[in-house]
Design a protein. Sequence first.
Length: 275
Amino acid sequence: QTCTVGLKFKDTNKAVSIGRLERFVADLGQNENGIPTVAPETEMKVAIIGSGPGGIVAAADTRRAGHDVTIFEAFHKPGGVMVYGIPEFRLPKAIVQKEIDVLTKMGVKIVCNFVVGRTRTVEQLMTEDGFDAVYIGVGAGLPRFMGIEGESLVGVYSANEYLTRANLMKAYDFGKGADTPIARSKKVAVIGGGNVTMDSARTALRLGAEKVYLVYRRTEKEMPARIEEVHHAKEEGVEFHILQSPKRIIGDENSRVTAIECLKYRLGELDESGR
Ligand SMILES: Cc1cc2nc3c(=O)[nH]c(=O)nc-3n(C[C@H](O)[C@H](O)[C@H](O)COP(=O)(O)OP(=O)(O)OC[C@H]3O[C@@H](n4cnc5c(N)ncnc54)[C@H](O)[C@@H]3O)c2cc1C
């Protein structure tokens, strides 16, 4: 059995397959269709900021204890990365909606288009709006760029923006009611070797790219992505370019991406992450 936790286990056949266990438990829960019991009301008001998996679990547990719970979500739809990041082909949105429906049936209030820090501050929630506690579950949505030349050219996206446009704002339906456009590129290079990279590469294929290249600085063995994600990406035709890292992104006179220049790498000594 392959393991989905930690690179060190990738080569062993004794490891526990966490992903499959999680899936089994989740499927079992889906089939139960039950609404958790809510304890008698406590008069305590709790604000949950963010409606990703963290916020959903915190809201459900807090509501079960009988507290009055409100989720504040910045986007127009609840679900966090499960809705704006992970593509439909990996996590159908109906499953996420079912989880959200359970929360509302338990009596959790969900307020969307509400950016805590702008619409209201945490302090205002606690001193003016009567909340006794605030749980901050805002995720890690800020992208980190590589700091190389050409990153501001037209056609360069962080995975976060690319996937949000494609998933949440339905860019694939542009002209038919989508909330945002997206560049329909014929050739796409995706940089990195994690699950987000695989999702982006496979999304690019679905958006009509003829060629999708995955550029990763180490070898496939060191890739943080789950083995099955790598397998699916390859199966769908993503072309892997390992031991390479972009040095600069090159554009034309209209500042549109035309190419990337890569450095070739060799594996060195293991670092503190064991890679
Ligand atoms: C493309 C992609 C694929 C992934 N695939 C997997 C996978 O297959 N398996 C897995 O286990 N994990 C996967 N992950 C990781 C997983 O999605 C995250 O670990 C998880 O979503 C984190 O949950 P969270 O609730 O902490 O944050 P998030 O899901 O990021 O949710 C945070 C929410 O807070 C909201 N928010 C932020 N700031 C504010 C504010 N000021 N006011 C109000 N709301 C705010 C955001 O809009 C967002 O909805 C993936 C991540 C990505 C990006």
